[in-house]
Design a protein around this ligand. Structure first.
Ligand code: 5GP
Length: 171
C-alpha cells in the first residue's frame, strides 16, 4: 500500500470542524463535570485539540482497545485509573467503521463502570462499513469506504503524525 496523493480533509478543515464540535459539546455539558474517555492510540490528536477547547471541569480517562481480534470481537488492552461511576462520560474515538469496537466499549462501560451517561464523539465515521448499530452523538466527518490515515490514524503504525486526513491505496 502507498499513501494517496490527494487530501480528504486539510489541517484547516479539521481545526474548523473540531472547533464546531467543541462548541456543541461545551453547550450540551455546560455546568457539568465531563469525563473524556479517549480510545488510544488513534484519537490522540483529536483528543488534544478537542479538550483544549472545552471549558469547565473536564477530566480524562484513557483506554486502549484491540479491534476485531477475530473479525468479530474487540478487547480491552489497557485502562487508566479514573472512577467513572456516576460521571458523564464522552467516549472520544478516531473513527467508527464496523462499529464492533465501539459497541464492545459502550457495553463494557455501561456494565462495569456505571456512568451517569455515555455519549460518543467520533472524529470520523465510515457509515458504509457499519455492521452494528452504534450511537454517534458528535461526528466530525463522514468518510468514503477508503482506508484513511493521518491525524492519529495509522496504517501499520505509520502516518499517525500527518496533520491532515488522506488514505492509503494499493501500489
Ligand atoms: P470498527 O470496530 O468500528 O470496525 O473499527 C474501529 C477501529 O478500527 C478504529 O478505532 C481504527 O483503529 C480502525 N479503523 C477502522 N477503519 C479505519 C480506517 O479507515 N483507517 C484507519 N487508520 N483505521 C481504521
Amino acid at each position: 500500500m502507498k499513501l494517496a496523493s490527494g487530501i480528504l480533509y486539510t489541517e484547516r478543515q479539521i481545526s474548523q470542524r473540531v472547533g464546531e464540535m467543541a462548541g456543541q459539546i461545551a453547550r450540551d455539558y455546560a455546568g457539568k463535570t465531563l469525563v473524556l474517555c479517549a480510545v488510544l492510540k488513534g484519537s490522540i490528536p483529536f483528543l488534544a485539540d478537542l479538550m483544549r477547547l472545552l471549558p469547565g471541569d473536564v477530566r480524562l480517562a484513557l483506554i486502549e482497545m484491540k479491534s476485531q481480534v477475530d473479525g468479530k470481537h474487540a478487547k480491552i488492552l489497557f485502562t487508566s485509573s479514573l472512577d467513572l461511576a456516576g460521571q458523564h462520560v464522552l467516549v472520544v474515538e478516531d473513527i467508527v467503521d464496523t462499529g464492533i469496537t465501539l459497541d464492545y466499549l459502550l457495553k463494557h462501560l455501561e456494565v462495569e463502570r456505571a456512568p451517569a451517561s455515555i455519549r460518543v464523539a467520533a472524529f470520523l465515521d465510515k457509515p458504509s462499513a457499519r455492521k452494528l448499530d452504534v450511537p454517534v452523538h458528535y461526528r466530525g466527518f463522514s468518510v468514503p469506504d477508503k482506508f484513511v490515515v493521518g491525524y492519529g490514524l495509522d496504517w501499520q503504525e505509520r502516518y499517525r503524525n500527518l496533520p491532515y486526513i488522506t488514505w492509503v491505496e494499493p501500489e
